[in-house]
Design a protein around this ligand. Structure first.
Ligand code: LMR
Length: 453
């Protein structure tokens, strides 16, 4: 294998000339390399028993399979990303405006963000999640740090817990939960266990199962909760149920960690979608929150997110939170140094401007409203067709996803026979449905359900 030569700055004879002569240092190196190369090729520090082939990520694998499908009828109900009525990604009009403002800002540069991120972004992100009048904000006992979207925020929280949490170092997650939760926590050495969540019979919440499992978990366990629009089921506790859960969590001194990826996407109302988190804070819990702006701003690839730590009220609360913030900054520095700017700048512009904020709320209503329309329409069509089973869960569930109750076999048949893509657990991204494909989808579901029941 030839070794490329460094450019000569002294105008010496060309490499190819001297290599042809067979005596240059380069040609000697070539000879040595050709002797040792075969031996090196056969050895690796990473044989398959050490580094086995990993399975493809189910969601991103599904996305690739959908893209490769050439059928004109194909329907993408896989990844949780909003689509408009033409099945196209939707750039929120308010995001377009903010982008325009950014591009015309003569003072904008590409310097590093501070380690904890853009302060005008993190402070407003905290208000959005905790509420502007939150006791935690008034008493200055929260810390907020910008992250690589929600995944980065969950990871930062997991890393912080792995390093500093002295309770039961196990995180209890809902069964099912977003698949990435398991690997984010296990990557930092915190094992996951599951609490019951989805009741297969009612296709609603197994509240008793959830509550009892949390009650039975060893004292001071970490409890991961989705504040709204649960992924993948679309099933949320009511506020009264959240209150009961808070009591159980308090009675066992558990540690709540909220993962909020869909604020404003469930009910369409930002405060209502954050009610569970705000209630826990009012109750004086010490807790963590991961916050994503991927879905509610349509900034999926821009990775805008925030992590919040809130400590309990008390005379030492401010010094506690300042110690926590200092350690978070060190973790952040070693992991990503400092967060990316673009997405957070967009969000910050919108959250800091009353007019843009109101427009954002309108955009959220457009998205959540279209999803609700699709829920109503899908349920009506399945009922009209007389598809076996009950379909009220389609409209009872909330947010981006519906857990249809379709079996893996039915899901695979839909993919093979009708080019309809959804995750194997029967989750559909409601935003993938539109006025043009909903009939096709309902008929395809009717066909597989009728022929398998
Ligand atoms: C989803 O569940 O589809 C989204 O949260 C995308 C992802 O990263 O998994």
């Amino acid at each position: 294998m030839p070794v490329s030569s460094p450019p000569s700055s002294q105008g010496a004879s060309s490499t190819s000339d001297s290599a042809a002569a067979g005596s240059s240092p380069i040609s000697r190196l070539n000879n040595i390399a050709s002797h040792i190369a075969p031996k090196m090729a056969s050895t690796t520090n990473f044989p398959s028993d050490v580094v086995p082939q990993a399975p493809e990520d189910p969601l991103f694998g599904l996305m690739a399979a959908f893209r490769a499908d050439e059928s004109p009828d194909k329907v993408d109900l896989g990844i949780g990303a909003y689509r408009d009525d033409n099945a196209k990604p939707w750039i929120l009009p308010v995001v377009k405006k903010a982008d325009e403002i950014l591009r015309n800002d003569p003072d904008l540069n590409h310097e590093y963000a501070p380690i904890a991120g853009i302060q005008s972004f993190t402070s407003k992100a905290a208000e959005l999640m905790l509420g502007a009048d939150s006791p935690a904000l008034k008493e200055k006992r929260s810390a907020s740090i910008q992250t690589i979207s929600g995944t980065g925020a969950v990871h930062l929280g997991a890393l912080f817990l792995a390093k500093f949490f002295k309770g039961n170092r196990t995180v209890y997650v809902s069964n099912p939960t977003w698949a990435n939760h398991h690997q984010i926590f296990s990557n930092v050495g915190i094992p996951t266990k599951q609490y019951p969540y989805f009741d297969k019979k009612t296709k609603g919440l197994d509240f008793e199962g959830m509550k009892n499992a949390i009650k039975d978990a060893p004292e001071r366990s970490i409890i991961l909760l989705h504040p709204c629009a649960h992924n993948p089921t679309g099933v949320d506790p009511t506020l009264d149920q959240w209150k009961e859960l808070a009591e159980v969590i308090r009675s066992k001194n558990h540690f709540p960690f909220f993962d909020s990826a869909y604020q404003g996407f469930a009910s369409g109302n930002l405060a209502r979608d954050a009610a569970s988190v705000r209630y826990f804070i009012e109750q004086g819990f010490e807790l963590l929150i991961a916050q994503s702006f991927a879905k509610n701003f349509g900034l999926y690839g821009e990775r805008a997110g925030c992590f919040h730590a809130v400590t309990a009220p008390g005379p030492d609360a401010q010094t506690t939170i300042s110690r926590i913030a200092s350690q978070l900054a060190i973790l952040q520095r070693s992991e990503i140094s400092n967060p990316p700017l673009y997405g957070a700048r967009i969000v910050s512009l919108v959250l800091n401007d009353a007019k843009l904020f109101a427009e954002w709320e309108d955009n959220l209503t457009t998205m959540s409203g279209r999803i609700k329309d699709m829920r109503n329409s899908l349920r009506a069509k399945l009922e009209e067709l007389g598809t076996p089973g009950t379909w009220n869960h389609i409209t009872d569930q909330i947010g981006m996803f519906s857990f249809t109750g379709l079996t893996e076999e039915q899901v695979m048949r839909l993919r093979k026979e009708s080019h309809i893509y959804m995750t194997k657990n029967g989750r559909i991204s409601m935003a993938g449905l539109n006025t043009k494909n909903i009939d096709y989808f309902a008929k395809a579901v009717h066909a597989v359900v009728s022929s398998s029941s």
